[in-house]
Design a protein around this ligand. Structure first.
Ligand code: DXP
Ligand SMILES: NCC(=O)COP(=O)(O)O
Length: 242
């Protein structure tokens, strides 16, 4: 079964556009859960352009599904995650000026750094996931630093999917098999959408969780949030939806 974690960054983007509290991020998170989401993902960035650090504290008071905090593990992020102790932290190697995440970790080059981070979060009982490209060497490197899970960076899949779905998914299938062989659990995310999600999930039965934000919020403009979440759930292997 693949679980759906809704990334609510873009809800915060809209709220911040006017400086007030509309839409109310906490209420949207609660509604996502009510509409079937099995997790809430946030990705605070140092400039707080969407999710603010205070949002993470506020959400932690109310989220009852899996709370997943993604981000670049700078000092402030580490302190926040250790304070909140979410179900899962996803480590993402973002450049400070990146528009969005655009690559996975080089788990070999940064092995010592990642090993220390994994240890510090595991001390607090937080499940750790490392964001990686669909590259078997990077999966092996992730295993070597002690992570529980990896999250496959799916933007390259999403880009190639319209022209050649089989070729697009092939490296992800290989990376997923490698992860399973090594005993690593598997998440995926970035640019997954109603167009490309079902095929990805069908080809990778090992998948535990997808986190989806940008496309889901765009779809919600047309279909409404409740319908949209149900449509994404129907694209995944879910008991009751198959
Ligand atoms: C790690 C990942 O792929 C997503 O969290 C993505 O980076 C979303 O961040 P933005 O909403 O800032 O684009
Ligand atoms: N980890 C990926 C995520 O949370 C959402 O990415 P996107 O759907 O906004 O591209």
């Amino acid at each position: 079964m693949t679980r759906l974690s809704v990334n609510i960054n873009k809800i915060a983007t809209i709220r911040n556009a006017r400086g007030g509290n509309n839409p109310n991020l906490v209420q949207v998170a609660l509604d996502c859960e009510r509409f079937g989401a099995q997790g809430i993902t946030v990705h605070p960035r140092p400039d707080e352009r969407h999710i603010r650090y205070q949002d993470v504290l506020d959400l932690n008071e109310v989220v009852t599904t899996e709370f997943n905090i993604e981000g670049n593990p700078d000092e402030r992020f580490i302190a926040l995650v250790k304070r909140v102790k979410p179900a899962q932290v996803t480590l993402v190697p973002d450049a400070v000026d990146a528009i969005t995440s655009n690559a996975g970790w080089d788990t070999i080059r940064y092995a010592d750094h990642l090993r220390r981070l994994v240890e510090t979060f595991k001390e607090d009982g937080i499940r750790v996931s490392i964001f990686v490209d669909a590259d078997e060497r990077m999966v092996e490197g992730a295993k070597a630093v002690g992570t529980d899970r990896i999250e496959l960076y799916t933007e390259p899949y999403a880009t190639q999917y319209p022209e050649n779905p089989d070729a697009a998914v092939a490296p992800f299938v290989r990376a997923a098999r490698k992860a399973t062989e090594l005993g690593l659990e598997l998440n995926a995310g970035h640019d997954l959408s109603l167009e490309n999600l079902r095929f990805f999930d069908e080809q990778i039965p090992e998948l535990k969780e997808v986190s989806i934000g940008h496309a889901l919020v765009c779809d919600a403009l047309y279909f409404g949030l409740e319908n949209t979440i149900q449509m994404y759930l129907r694209s995944l292997s879910q008991p009751g939806f198959m």
